[in-house]
Design a protein around this ligand. Sequence first.
Ligand code: HEC
Length: 122
Amino acid sequence: MSRTFYLLVALSVFGSSCVYENEESLYPRLAECDTVSVTFSGSISPILVDNCLLCHSNEKADISGSGIRLEGYSNVVIMQDAIRNSINHNASYSPMPKDAPKLKDCQIRQFEIWVDSGSPDN
Ligand code: HEC
């Protein structure tokens, strides 16, 4: 047996383990993500309360949030496009949450689902 043969066997064994990973094991957080019952009060508001109102509440906005208010439905609706770009870290927007890790994939997905469904006040 040549060295090349062993190399090919090794490649086919180790190479195949990557190919058969399914989506669930590659993206466990998205697989567990509730993308069906997304609401403003149950999904979106808690994300903003936990990650954004530290700086963007009505009280704090002028001190640490550059005057941008993200407290309550009407403020969030006005800012929805900028929020979507900021939490996705899209070019030409300030990445948010500021000085903190990016939101979880599921949280970003839920925000997008809420916007794409017409940003209902539910
Ligand atoms: C530590 C304070 C802080 C936190 C936490 C924070 N922000 Fe900000 N945010 C700011 C500041 C300050 C600015 C002004 C721009 C800058 O300094 O980057 C800003 C700007 C923004 C903008 C405007 C960005 C643009 O380029 O137009 C949006 C939208 C925004 N924040 C959304 C959010 C969202 C959504 C969260 C939570 C996921 C969040 N922020 C968390 C401080 C914060």
